[in-house]
Write a protein of this length. Structure first.
Length: 274
């Protein structure tokens, strides 16, 4: 069987915003805005700073520029229609969203992993997407050390990317309106995928939504990040979508206060009675 590059697939999903709509698009813009901000401090296994890799690939030159100052922030504006929110960039040592994305301690209810966090993975996925879109840039190395942040092995990154892809697809299924035609449009929009990668996505779309099974598959240290990504793929305009998030929050053992804090930091409406 041909290999499926889940980091590549994740980068394409993030880059074209195919699974983010309405309020979810704003959440994704906030998450990626934090990724861009954190990238300037994350070193890749190839020795470069992740922010520099992203900045050079996207034609932005210097890393660390804000979403209003060009460079990497232009990616968010062009790919996500300028969807950014002020709450996610509030900064400070206690910033919940930034600490979740960076892998630091964010809340007493969570146990963070020792890797570089969701932000490092999303940054790597975006780097790969940008490399594919920029014909003047070399392709990633075989082991992808030029885009993977330090502390994240390729196999681990591929597994985490697969989990994030499933989170986005499951969230998109929550309102029951993503039919076969819409699925094919999303896949077509993603561009240069192999037949094996397209087959992987079609199989994921075709699976019945098994919320309990998905909850069991998520490691505790990734639960808040998976919840945030699920939130980015949902437009909170139906009870079905809110109910799906409530199932995730309950299954992950989140308190109403913590779940609402995730929503607030991501710039999404609160839905839990604290």
């Amino acid at each position: 069987m041909d290999a499926v590059d889940t980091i590549k697939i994740l980068g394409s999903l993030l880059g074209n915003g195919g699974l983010s709509k309405g309020s979810g698009g704003n959440v994704l813009g906030n998450i990626l805005g934090n990724v861009m901000g954190n990238a300037q401090n994350q070193k890749t296994q190839g020795g470069d700073m992740l922010g520099n890799v992203l900045g050079n690939l996207l034609g932005g030159g210097q890393s660390g520029q804000s979403s209003s100052g060009g460079g990497m922030g232009d990616l968010l504006g062009s790919l996500l229609g300028g969807a950014t929110g002020g709450k996610a960039s509030s900064g400070g040592m206690g910033d919940l969203l930034g600490s979740l994305l960076g892998g630091g301690s964010a809340h007493s209810e969570t146990t963070q992993s020792k890797d570089s966090g969701l932000g490092g993975l999303l940054g790597s996925a975006l780097s790969k997407y940008a490399q594919a879109k920029n014909p003047n840039m070399p392709n990633p190395t075989h082991d992808q050390t030029d885009i993977l942040p330090e502390g994240l092995e390729l196999e681990q990154a591929q597994q985490q990317a697969e989990l994030i892809i499933r989170a986005m697809i499951n969230a998109a299924k929550a309102d029951g309106t993503i039919d076969r035609e819409e699925q094919e449009k999303i896949i077509e929009k993603m561009g240069d995928l192999s037949e094996a990668e397209k087959r992987f996505l079609r199989e994921e779309f075709a699976k019945p939504l098994d919320v309990e099974g998905f909850i069991r598959s998520v490691p505790k240290e990734m639960q808040p990040q998976v919840y945030l990504i699920s939130l980015s793929a949902i437009d909170l305009d139906t009870n079905k979508e809110a109910g799906y998030l409530a199932q995730l929050a309950e299954g992950f053992g989140f308190s109403a206060e913590f779940a609402n804090e995730l929503h607030e930091r991501a710039g999404a409406p609160k839905i839990f009675n604290a």
